[in-house]
Write a protein that binds this ligand. Structure first.
Ligand code: UFG
Length: 322
């Protein structure tokens, strides 16, 4: 029996893979290595399949049978919000097309357990401080739309042929569980600030005139290792006969402002930098923080690491990779 992890060579996926391997599980990774790195997956088997290709369903069916796959964790997706706005068709083709092929292959092979990588981007601009899973989702970009449609797809498959799925809505993921699994992309706040410091530039703060505690946007930063652990917890949950929900926020329930993140980075790096405040970035909600009651009550999962631990681990990993 093996677990199939799509996108397993990526930043988040490789943390999931390592925890599964530590648990003694057989793991098969599908990754097109467009942003993933094969060195991250340890002893897991790597198969390069483009999930969006027309032939993907057939390749997946063969792989699932050959490797006796009995559950899937689906992380492979395009995930750049800005790019999704300029290339919406491609995002739908990649994220929705890829997922349709995967679900069809699971249906044909009767693999019924799926943990799906969803996102807090499904919420759009919630006007509450802590958003819960019943909030009316109104994603404001194609990336968030593809994640919400992905959740609809799992719900439809559950009705049609008995798929058992857990959709995990990730909040702001950062940190590193192991130095070699650091986030090497500079797409999110923490790695962007590190890159600015490397270049001896002041990091940028997008807007300090929001109606928040210090005027900067507040987010729920979750340690990537905690997030990876939530996948394993969700996988176990899918074994149960009685499951009341299929969608779960994965965050800490505690918000941190951009200024607070900057302070933690000053502390961890011992670099006393200034920031350049620039105008607001379009599409940024002032608050995006998780109500984590559901995942705590139903799955018994809580994040163990706080913001300081997230930043420390990210910085240690960054130093290790220099
Ligand atoms: N920010 C800055 N300066 C920067 C970069 C970011 O001030 O140089 C601010 C942003 O304005 C935002 C916060 O830092 O307020 C976090 O920004 P990120 O770009 O790191 O993350 P987002 O909150 O925009 O989005 C992230 C992921 C999405 C996911 C979302 C869910 O990139 O894919 O979290 O919460 F959907």
């Amino acid at each position: 029996m093996s677990i199939l992890v799509t996108g397993g060579a990526g930043y988040i996926g490789s943390h999931v893979v390592r925890l599964l391997l530590e648990r003694g599980q057989q793991v098969v990774v599908i990754d097109d290595l467009s942003s993933g790195l094969s060195a991250r997956i340890g002893s897991a088997k790597l198969v390069q399949i483009d999930l969006a290709a027309e032939t993907a369903t057939e390749s997946l069916v063969q792989l699932i049978k050959a490797e006796s796959i009995d559950a899937v964790i689906h992380l492979a997706a395009r995930k750049q919000v800005g790019e999704s706005v300029t290339k919406p068709e491609w995002y739908f083709e990649q994220n929705i097309g890829g997922m349709a092929h995967l679900l069809e292959a699971m249906r044909q092979t009767k693999v019924e357990r799926l943990v799906f990588s969803s996102s807090a981007a499904t919420y759009g601009m919630p006007d509450v401080e802590l958003v819960n899973e019943d909030f009316d989702c109104k994603p404001i970009n194609p990336y968030g739309q593809t994640k919400l449609i992905g959740e609809w797809m799992t719900a439809n498959a559950a009705r049609a042929w008995g798929l058992r799925a857990a959709n995990l809505r990730y909040f702001n993921v950062a940190g590193a569980g192991w130095p070699d699994l650091a986030d090497t992309a500079t797409m999110n706040l923490v790695p962007i600030v590190f890159a600015a410091l490397d270049a001896q530039k002041n990091p940028i703060v997008f807007g300090d005139d929001y109606e928040t505690k210090d005027g900067t946007c507040v987010r729920d930063y979750v340690h990537v290792l905690d997030l990876a652990d939530a996948h394993l917890t969700a996988l176990d949950y899918l074994e149960r006969d009685q499951r009341n929900h299929s969608t779960f926020n994965v965050g800490t329930g505690k918000g941190a402002s951009v200024f607070e993140v900057m302070s933690e980075i000053r502390r961890a790096t011992k670099i006393d930098f200034d920031v350049d405040v620039q105008p607001r970035r379009p599409g940024d909600p002032p608050y995006l923080c998780a109500d984590v009651s559901r995942i705590k009550n139903e799955l018994g999962w809580v994040a163990k690491n706080n913001l300081a631990e997230i930043i420390d681990s990210a910085w240690q990993a960054k130093l290790g990779s220099n």
